[in-house]
Every structure is written in structure tokens, then in C-alpha cells.
Ligand binder design. Structure first.
Ligand SMILES: NC(=O)c1ccc[n+]([C@@H]2O[C@H](COP(=O)([O-])OP(=O)(O)OC[C@H]3O[C@@H](n4cnc5c(N)ncnc54)[C@H](OP(=O)(O)O)[C@@H]3O)[C@@H](O)[C@H]2O)c1
Length: 289
């Protein structure tokens, strides 16, 4: 604040002093603007979203950009990621690309080192990258090769990302890990005969998201009382290309827009109190584990 006052006085002085040459005046004005930008950036939350080149991740990046956060847009494909970054920058948001495949541990570690070198911390980590490869095959028929691929991205990838970025989150004033789970990963809903998920049968995807919830529980317990909160979010059934859905097909009744899917993630990411930890929520409230 004191620095702002000093700068204001300086600008006022040069404004009043008609003797100053136009070039010098212009340079001072530019310096003043740069100082203002640097000061604003210091207060800007730094948020990494994995798998954010499309779908719910991209929508979350859009909303958090709008909210004034500095978004590090994660994408495994550099070209697709850059296109997404360009779209967001054209709207005036502060966005940078982080090329990261969550199944590539070395690449994750390199990305964490680069972000640490450049920014020295991370405020929010949103583990959004996910896949669903099983197609409601019976548990007795689904190949373990498919399940392993789902676990590699949805669970082991998420753990590798958390482990690599936790030291950066611990350097922030107040930090968050938000894990994208699913109502399909809820053991409570899967075993409740009244639930619409009782008859759902996607062992690989469901087990991988139940494992994500367990990661949330374990990390939340380990980090209780520290500056880092850890929560699971269910975006709900959302009209993205997830699981190979054709985006040109009409949206089925009851399917949400990506903006609706991003709602609860954005709510947690913009919650300035940041006291909630170890929860599993959606925009409608709390879900059973
Ligand atoms: N849509 C739903 O109905 C729904 C419901 C419940 C939960 N979810 C969860 O919400 C999250 C986002 O889903 P979505 O609907 O937005 O799906 P989506 O449109 O298919 O987006 C998934 C994102 O994950 C990325 N990804 C996949 N494998 C990756 C890897 N190995 N490394 C890094 N990124 C990878 C994709 O990148 P590419 O563009 O390169 O493929 C894409 O950016 C997922 O975790 C999903 O399980 C979705």
C-alpha cells in the first residue's frame, strides 16, 4: 500500500511538472503500469489443472481464469493444450501451458521442478485428468489390461501428481488438492438398492474412482492441521467426450453442461476460507463414500 502511495505521488508529480519530456513521462507511466501488474500477480492464486485441454477441465480453467486465478493448464498433448491456452488468453485470462501426461512420472517430476523454479509454490492442484475404458462389461469378462490402464491414469497418475506437487503446495500460504472422483466410485451408492447406481457395472472405472476417494481420505488425514486441504468432487453426468461419447450426438436428457459439471470444483477452488478437508461433495451436497 505504501509503495502504491509512493508511485501515485510520483505520477502526480510528473503529471504536474510540464517540464518533463514526453519520452521520460512515457517511460515512468510504463514502469508504473508494470509495477501495478507485478503487485497484482503476487496476490494471484496459482492453479494447476491436469487434463484441461477440453471437457470439465477446460471449463474449470475458464471459470478460474474469470475469477482472476493464474491457471496452469495441464495437457498431455502440447498442440491441443496450446490451442486451449490461446482460447483462454484471447479472453484476457492469465494462463500458461504445462505439458504433462499423468502416466509419465519423470515428466510429472520435471513439470513440478519447472513450476517450483518459476513460481516457488502452487496454491491449488486440481486432479482432473481421467479416462473410462470399460463399457459396462460384466466383472467376470472385463480384462485386467483395461482396468490397469484406467488405474494408471485415474489413480496412480493422480498419486504421482500429488506426491510431486505436495512440496510446492506446502510452500503456499493456504493450499488445496481437489480430486475429480465420480458418483460411480461411491461404495455407498453402489450398495444402496434405492440408488440409480446400484445396477451400474463398470468395475475398472468404478474401482479406480473409489481408489481416488481413498487417496483423498488418506492425504486429508496425513495433511490435517497443515496448510493443505484435500477433497473429492463428483462433477456429475456431464456432456463431454468422456468415455468416447460422440459430441455431435444430441445430449441425452439429464446430462449437464460442462459449466454445470465444473460448478462444485470451482466452488471449492474459489473458497477463500479453505477449511473443509476430507470430503466427497457435488453441487447438490455431500455424497456417501
Ligand atoms: N463427464 C462425466 O460425466 C464425468 C462424470 C463423473 C466424473 N468425471 C470425471 O471428470 C474428469 C474430467 O472428465 P471429462 O468429462 O472432462 O472428460 P474428457 O472431456 O474426456 O477430458 C478428460 C481429460 O483428461 C485428459 N487425459 C486423459 N488421459 C490423460 C493422461 N494420461 N495424462 C494427462 N491427461 C489425460 C484428456 O486429454 P486428451 O484431450 O489428450 O485426451 C482430457 O483433457 C475425469 O476425471 C472424469 O473421470 C466425468
Amino acid at each position: 500500500m505504501e509503495r502504491t502511495n509512493q508511485l501515485n505521488q510520483l505520477v502526480g508529480f510528473f503529471y504536474l511538472n510540464g517540464q518533463i519530456t514526453r519520452a521520460f513521462h512515457g517511460r515512468m507511466a510504463m514502469n508504473f503500469i508494470l509495477e501495478m501488474i507485478i503487485m497484482a500477480n503476487r496476490n494471484q492464486l496459482l492453479t494447476l489443472i491436469t487434463g484441461a485441454d477440453k471437457g470439465i477441465g477446460f471449463e474449470t480453467a475458464t471459470k478460474l481464469g474469470e475469477a482472476g486465478q493464474h491457471v496452469l493448464l495441464g495437457a498431455r498433448n502440447a498442440e491441443k493444450g496450446q490451442r486451449a491456452v490461446d482460447r483462454l488468453r484471447s479472453q484476457g485470462f492469465v494462463v500458461d501451458l504445462v505439458v504433462v501426461d499423468v502416466t509419465d512420472k519423470q515428466g510429472i517430476d520435471q513439470a513440478a521442478t519447472k513450476i517450483d523454479d518459476e513460481f516457488g509454490h502452487l496454491d491449488i492442484l486440481i486432479n482432473n485428468a481421467g479416462i473410462a475404458l470399460d463399457n459396462h462389461e460384466k466383472a467376470s469378462k472385463l480384462s485386467t489390461a483395461i482396468m490397469r490402464k484406467e488405474f494408471d491414469v485415474n489413480f496412480f497418475g493422480l498419486i504421482d501428481v500429488i506426491q510431486a506437487f505436495l512440496p510446492l503446495l506446502q510452500k503456499a500460504k493456504s493450499a488445496k488438492i481437489i480430486n475429480l472422483s465420480s458418483n460411480m466410485g461411491s461404495l455407498g451408492l453402489a450398495t444402496d438398492p434405492q440408488s440409480q447406481f446400484y445396477n451400474v457395472n463398470s468395475l475398472g472405472y468404478q474401482a479406480s474412482k473409489a481408489a481416488v476417494n481413498f487417496a483423498t481420505i488418506c492425504f486429508a488425514k496425513e495433511l490435517a492441521g497443515t496448510n493443505v486441504t484435500v477433497n473429492s468432487v463428483n462433477p456429475g453426468w456431464t456432456a463431454t467426450g468422456f468415455g468416447g461419447r460422440n459430441l455431435n450426438e444430441p445430449t441425452p436428457a439429464g446430462m449437464q453442461t460442462p459449466a454445470e459439471g465444473a460448478e462444485q470444483i470451482v466452488k471449492l477452488a474459489t473458497d477463500s476460507k479453505n477449511v473443509m478437508t476430507g470430503t466427497f461433495t457435488e453441487s447438490g451436497g455431500t455424497l456417501p463414500w
